[in-house]
Design a protein around this ligand. Sequence first.
Ligand SMILES: NC(=O)c1ccc[n+]([C@@H]2O[C@H](COP(=O)([O-])OP(=O)(O)OC[C@H]3O[C@@H](n4cnc5c(N)ncnc54)[C@H](O)[C@@H]3O)[C@@H](O)[C@H]2O)c1
Length: 439
Amino acid sequence: MNIAVVGTGYVGLVSGACFAEMGLNVTCVDIDSEKIEKLNRGVIPIYEPGLKSIVTKNHEAKRLHFTTDLPSVINQVTVLFIAVGTPSNEEGDADLTAIYKVAESIATNMEDYLLIVTKSTVPVGTTAKIKKLIAEKLSERNLNHLKFDVASNPEFLKEGAAVNDFMSPDRVVVGVENGRAKEIMSKLYRPFLLNNFRVIFMDILSSEMTKYASNAMLATRISFMNDIANLCELIGADVSMVRRGVGTDSRIGSSFLYPGAGYGGSCFPKDIKALIRTAENVGYEMRVLKAVEKVNDNQKELLFRKLNHYFDNEISNLTVAVWGLSFKPGTNDMRDAPSINLIHKLLDNQVKVRVYDPAAMDEAKQYFGDKVEYATDIYDAANNAHAVMLVTEWKEFRLPNWNVLSKIMQKQVVIDGRNIYNAEDLESNGFTYTCIGKK
Ligand SMILES: NC(=O)c1ccc[n+]([C@@H]2O[C@H](COP(=O)([O-])OP(=O)(O)OC[C@H]3O[C@@H](n4cnc5c(N)ncnc54)[C@H](O)[C@@H]3O)[C@@H](O)[C@H]2O)c1
């Protein structure tokens, strides 16, 4: 079967490459000609473990193609996934400009049956609007007889583990309206779930809602645990122990209970906002989610407050090393990363900032230009610094040589925004150590 994936970002490129890996003939389409040109030369524009090898292999096998020419692809495929970005607009709604541009192009160029699948995260009702838009356009073109279907297939992959998640999903959620679409989607996903087929078919509105509800639940767990951590700190409890005690309850589970510097990334912040707006549009208030956002905004300031606390609010002219810039380990994605907030605050307060991240240094340059110093590793970042602030817990940051660091830093202060270090290790090397949710 020939399929197309429109939007060749974190979701589109991973989906396209994984479908090609299963033997499908896939064309990935994007409006970013530089990205497509790179991909055609074998250069992967994003950092995602395991992605390069499957992209290269399937591109060389001529099962994976890259183009900017959407109209030429539309009539060559049976299924077209829309995987373009849906960022927040100023009001907090999902900006669907790119989604509708793709829909317009489909409606203008379609000449044969097509199943159009929204893989982007879109507000409830968007897939129905795409259907209406295409039907109206076909009618204008006197092509009312032309059959097409729409489906919703939200994506649940995690950046940093995206290929693995796509290849072995917990489940696949698909919203359909009829048997034909259901049959095609079953065929597409069967290879991924051969031994344990877990495609959950439902109606389209519920499928769109499932994606938002999942992200909202995960963000809620993070904010809840950050709130508990802040309280632990005030009353002398240790959130790491509390987390273990809570997470071993099988009714609760241990995932997404880690306190930290607040959630970020390209999904949670915008999806929480969009769901709050979706509810407002039908006269309902998402009170829990509003609190989740508020707790998160507060948490993003926490590391900065801790730095001020340790230096008695005398932080101007300090040098601070920031370890980790991407919104989480395993990705170069810095969209809405807590590091951005922190670094801007530091710069506003005349702190000299030295940064290091294993994958996101190029992205960082787009955010901070020449306002920060770019280090070659954690030791280079900490050289001559008064404090180290750990923001993203990359594996290579887990066991630093504290003895070496104690000698190259001006002052021995470590603010651990991910609770990964052992206080005794640091204190025995002369460091003042603080993390989240412990006295
Ligand atoms: N990144 C994630 O971890 C993740 C996970 C699940 C769902 N999602 C959702 O998937 C969607 C895509 O996210 P992403 O992170 O891959 O975004 P992205 O920004 O990495 O990629 C989007 C791509 O779409 C392209 N594009 C924009 N307009 C286009 C158009 N008119 N025609 C063709 N291409 C166009 C852009 O150039 C870009 O390459 C979003 O709705 C997001 O919420 C993302």
